[in-house]
Design a protein around this ligand. Structure first.
Ligand code: ATP
Ligand code: MG
Length: 763
C-alpha cells in the first residue's frame, strides 16, 4: 500500500481509517457494539492534533461519562506518545454545558459560583414549592413533578414552552406554574439543576448570537460518542454549535412557536414533534460545504438505552437529513467479543422489531459458551458468583477484568456484602456513591454554604445538624422571611437574629452559627481548603456528634469524613472540589487497585471486560416490572437492548444468572426466568449449576423443572414469558411489583452515569 501514514493509523481497518481521515464535513459512524467506534473517535482527535488542524482547546468532544472522557485522554496520550495538554472541552454534555454556563452565568441570572443541585436537593426544593401551594404530595408526588420537569428540560422546553396539555397533567393544571416557580427559586438560590446546564446554554445561544458565534468559531471540530442516546436538548445544543459561523447572524430559531395546540390526547411523541421541532437543516449551497462544521457522531441504534430519560434514537436516523452531504460509515467487524458471545448477543437483539439491522462479525475464536445458571435465591446467586470470581482469580484473571452488571441498583448490596465477607476488592461504578452518604452530604453542605451563602438547601440541611435548638419552627420562620423578601435563608437568618422574633436560646445559637460561617469564609482566603474542611467539621460540632453516637456505623462515618477531607487534596480549591462533586457522578467507589467492578447495565455502556457476570435475569426485574406493565413494545425493546449492551461488554466470558426467589424492596417473591433467556440461541449457551450450592442445585425442585422447560434448550414450552410471569404473580400473591417509585429512583441515582434523572416514561 502506498499510504502508510502515522503509527496511530496502522491497525485500523479501511472503514475505520476512512472515518478517522475524513476530517472535513459531517461524518456519521453507525455501527454495532465493539466495532471500534470509540477508538475511531479517539484516533480522529489524535489525527486532528497531529495534522495541526486544530489545537486541543478547539476540539469539542462529548463522551457519555466522565470516566469515558478520562479514558479518552489517556488513550490519546498513548497514541501521540506524549500527554495531551488541555482538551478543556472533552467531557460529558453536562460538564461542558456547566463550564460554558459559568462563563455566562449572569445571562441566566446566576453567579458564576452557582451550585449544581443533585436529585435529592431538587426533590426537596420541589416539595417546598408544593407545600407553599398547598398541594397534597400524596396525591401529586414530588417525584412525579421532578420527572415531568426533567422531561421538559430534556426536550429543551422552557416553562413558557410547555404544552398546555402536559402542564395540565400535574395538580390540576398547576404543573407549568410550578415549573416556572421552580426555575425562579433556582435563580434566587444561585443554583442550577442538571437539565439547566444545557437548557440555559441553549437559551443563551439563542438570545445572544454573538456569544454563539464565538463558540462556533472556537470549536473547529466536534465529536460525539454514543450519539444514539442524545436527547432533544443535547441535540439542539449540538445543532447550534455545529453550524459554521457566518458573518450574518446565524439562522437560529427563536422561541418555539405553536404549543397550545397539543391536546391532552396526544401521544408524547406527537407532542414532541409539535412543540420542540428539530431545527430545520441548514441550507448548504454548493461550494459552501466547507462552512458546515466538521462534526463526527458515532452510535449504535441497538444500544439506545436512555429512551426513558428522553433520548431520541431518531437523532441518529435524521443525521443525514440535518447534515446534508454527511458521509455515513458502517463498521462490521467486532474486535471485542468471542464468537459465542457475539452470536448470543446478536440473536437476542434480533427479537426487536424496531431496528435498522446490521451485520456484526468477528474473526475471533468461538471461545466459551455463554453460561446460564439458576439459583435458589439472590443470596445463593451472590455466593455463587463470588466463588466463580475467586476461581477466575486463581486461574490468573485480573479482578479489573471482571464486572458484575445489574439491572437495578438495589441488586448491588448483596454483592457488596459478599465481597466484603470474602475480602474481594471491588468498586461500585456510578452506583450509590460515597458522596451520597448522609455524613458526606452533611459535610458537603457546610462547605457549600461557605462557598455560596445563597445555597439554601445546603443551609437547611445543616442548620440544625448537629442539634443546636434550631428546629422546624425556626426554619419555617426563616423560610417565611426569605420568601417575603426574596432573599436567601442565610440572609434571612442574619436579619432575624437582629430582631426578637426568636426565643433567646434559638436566637443565640443562630447568631453563633452565622458568626462561625463568617469566620470560616474569612479563613477560606488564608487557609488550605483541606484544612478549612477539617476546621469546619470540628468547630461546628459535627465530628463530635458522630464521636458521641453509639450506633454501630458511627465509626465508619467518621472514617468516611476523614476520607472526604483526604479526597479534597486532589483539588486546587474548594470551588474546584465542589464542582467535581456535583458533576462527577461516575467516580469509582474508592478501591483504586485491582478490583471487581459493580455497576448497572446502564452505566456499563461503552465499557468492556474479559469476564462479565449478568445476574438477575428474571421477569419483573429484567425485563423490569415497569416495562411488563406497560402497553406496547417500546419499553420491552429497550430492555432487550439493555441485555444486548450487557452481553456485548464481554470479551471472553459472559455469565448469566437467575434466581427463583428474590427479595424486592423487602418482600420475597417467587420469580421466573427472563424471557430473554428463551431468546438466546441454544447453540451458543450452556446451562451450568450454581456454585453457591444449596437447595436448588441437585434437588431438581421447582426452579429446575421450569428451567428445563425453556424453549432455547429444545423443549416446546410455548407460553410467552409474560403470561408465565402473570400466572406466577397471581399465584404468588405478593407479586414482583416492587415499589415502582423506588425502582425508578434507584435508576435515577445510580444508572445514569452522567446525571440523576427520572423516568419520563412514567407519565
Ligand atoms: P461500543 O458500541 O460498545 O461502545 P465501540 O464500537 O465503541 O463499542 P471500541 O470500544 O472502540 O468499540 O472498540 C472495541 C474493542 O476493539 C476495543 O478494545 C478496541 O481497542 C478494539 N479495536 C477496535 N478497532 C480495532 C482494530 N482495528 N484492531 C484491533 N482492535 C481494535
Ligand atoms: Mg464505544
Amino acid at each position: 500500500r502506498a499510504s502508510v501514514g502515522p503509527k496511530y493509523l496502522s491497525g485500523l481497518n479501511p472503514e475505520q481509517r476512512e472515518a478517522v481521515e475524513t476530517l472535513d464535513g459531517p461524518v456519521l459512524v453507525l455501527a454495532g457494539a465493539g466495532t471500534g467506534k470509540t477508538r475511531v473517535l479517539t484516533t480522529r482527535i489524535a489525527h486532528i492534533l497531529s495534522q495541526g488542524r486544530a489545537r486541543p482547546a478547539e476540539i469539542l468532544s462529548v463522551t457519555f461519562t466522565n470516566k469515558a472522557a478520562r479514558e479518552m485522554k489517556h488513550r490519546l496520550g498513548q497514541m501521540l506518545g506524549h500527554s495531551v495538554e488541555g482538551m478543556p472541552w472533552l467531557g460529558t454534555f453536562h460538564s461542558i454545558g456547566g463550564r460554558i454556563l459559568r462563563v455566562h452565568a449572569e445571562l441566566a441570572q446566576l453567579k458564576s459560583n452557582f451550585t449544581v443541585l443533585d436529585v435529592d436537593d431538587q426533590v426537596r426544593l420541589l416539595k417546598q414549592l408544593l407545600q407553599a401551594e398547598n398541594i397534597d404530595d400524596k396525591r401529586w408526588p414530588t417525584r412525579m413533578l421532578a420527572g415531568l420537569i426533567d422531561g421538559w428540560k430534556n426536550r429543551g422546553l422552557m416553562p413558557s414552552q410547555v404544552p398546555s396539555g402536559e402542564a395540565a397533567m400535574f395538580a390540576n393544571g398547576k404543573g407549568g406554574k410550578l415549573y416556572a416557580s421552580y426555575q425562579e427559586r433556582l435563580k434566587i438560590l444561585n443554583a442550577a439543576d442538571f437539565g439547566d446546564l444545557l437548557l440555559e446554554n441553549i437559551r443563551i445561544f439563542r438570545e445572544h448570537p454573538d456569544i454563539l458565534r464565538q463558540y462556533q468559531q472556537r470549536f473547529k471540530f466536534i465529536l460525539v460518542d454514543e450519539y444514539q442516546d442524545t436527547n432533544v436538548a443535547q441535540y439542539l445544543w449540538l445543532r447550534l454549535l455545529s453550524q459554521a459561523p457566518s458573518s450574518t447572524s446565524p439562522r437560529v430559531r427563536g422561541e418555539v412557536a405553536s404549543r397550545s395546540d397539543a391536546g391532552e390526547g396526544d401521544s408524547p411523541s406527537t407532542v414532541l414533534l409539535e412543540t420542540a421541532p428539530h431545527p430545520s437543516p441548514l441550507p448548504v449551497k454548493d461550494g459552501e460545504r466547507e462552512k458546515t462544521k466538521n462534526i463526527c457522531c458515532v452510535g449504535d441504534d441497538d444500544q439506545s438505552i436512555y429512551g426513558w430519560r428522553g433520548a431520541e434514537v431518531d437523532n441518529i436516523l435524521r443525521f443525514e437529513h440535518d447534515f446534508p452531504g454527511a458521509k455515513v460509515i458502517r463498521l462490521e467487524r467486532n474486535y471485542r467479543s468471542t464468537g459465542h458471545i457475539l452470536a448470543a448477543a446478536s440473536h437476542l437483539i434480533a427479537h426487536n422489531e424496531g431496528r435498522l439491522g446490521k451485520t456484526l462479525r468477528t474473526e475471533d475464536q468461538d471461545g466459551e459458551k455463554v453460561t446460564v445458571t439458576g439459583s435458589w435465591d439472590s443470596e445463593e446467586e451472590a455466593r455463587g458468583i463470588g466463588e466463580e470470581i475467586e476461581q477466575l482469580q486463581r486461574q490468573g484473571e485480573k479482578l479489573d477484568e471482571i464486572a458484575i452488571l445489574v439491572r437495578a441498583s438495589y441488586q448491588m448490596r448483596e454483592f457488596e456484602d459478599r465481597f466484603v465477607t470474602l475480602g474481594l476488592p471491588y468498586r461500585v461504578i456510578g452506583g450509590p456513591r460515597f458522596y451520597e452518604r448522609a455524613e458526606i452530604r452533611d459535610a458537603l453542605a457546610y462547605l457549600r454554604v461557605i462557598n455560596s451563602p445563597a445555597d439554601d438547601l445546603a443551609f437547611e440541611r445543616i442548620v440544625n445538624t448537629p442539634k443546636r435548638g434550631l428546629g422546624d419552627a425556626t426554619v419555617q420562620m426563616l423560610h417565611d422571611h426569605a420568601r417575603k423578601r426574596r432573599i436567601p435563608l442565610f440572609e434571612a437568618a442574619r436579619a432575624v437574629v437582629e430582631t426578637d422574633e426568636l426565643k433567646p436560646k434559638a436566637r443565640g445559637s443562630l447568631r453563633d452559627l452565622i458568626t462561625q460561617f463568617d469566620r470560616w469564609r474569612a479563613q477560606r482566603e488564608v487557609t488550605a481548603h483541606t484544612d478549612l474542611a477539617q476546621i469546619v467539621l470540628d468547630e461546628s460540632g459535627y465530628t463530635e456528634m458522630w464521636q458521641k453516637d453509639r450506633s454501630a456505623d458511627a465509626a465508619g462515618r467518621l472514617e468516611n469524613l476523614k476520607e472526604l477531607v483526604r479526597s479534597m487534596e486532589e483539588f486546587e480549591n474548594l470551588q474546584g472540589f465542589l464542582e467535581h462533586i456535583s458533576l462527577v457522578m461516575d467516580r469509582d467507589g474508592g478501591a483504586e487497585d485491582d478490583a471487581v467492578s459493580l455497576m448497572t447495565l446502564h452505566s456499563a455502556k461503552g465499557l468492556e471486560f474479559d469476564n462479565v457476570f449478568l445476574p438477575g435475569w428474571e421477569e419483573g426485574l429484567f425485563p423490569s416490572q415497569r416495562t411488563l406493565d406497560e402497553q406496547g413494545r417500546a419499553g420491552l425493546e429497550e430492555e432487550r437492548r439493555l441485555g444486548h449492551v450487557g452481553l456485548t461488554r464481554a470479551r471472553r466470558r459472559a455469565k448469566i444468572y437467575f434466581a427463583t426467589n428474590r427479595r424486592i424492596h423487602g418482600t420475597w417473591s417467587t420469580t421466573i426466568p427472563s424471557r430473554f433467556l428463551d431468546e438466546l440461541p441454544a447453540a451458543n449457551v450452556e446451562i451450568t449449576e450454581s456454585k453457591g450450592g444449596s437447595a436448588w442445585g441437585g434437588t431438581g425442585g421447582y426452579g429446575a423443572s421450569r428451567f428445563d422447560d425453556m424453549e432455547a434448550f429444545g423443549s416446546s414450552y410455548s407460553t410467552p414469558g409474560w403470561q408465565r410471569a402473570q400466572a406466577n404473580r397471581n399465584r404468588g400473591g405478593q407479586g414482583g411489583r416492587g415499589g415502582f417509585e423506588e425502582e425508578a429512583a434507584s435508576f435515577s441515582s445510580s444508572s445514569s452515569p452522567d446525571f440523576g434523572s427520572f423516568s419520563s416514561r412514567r407519565r
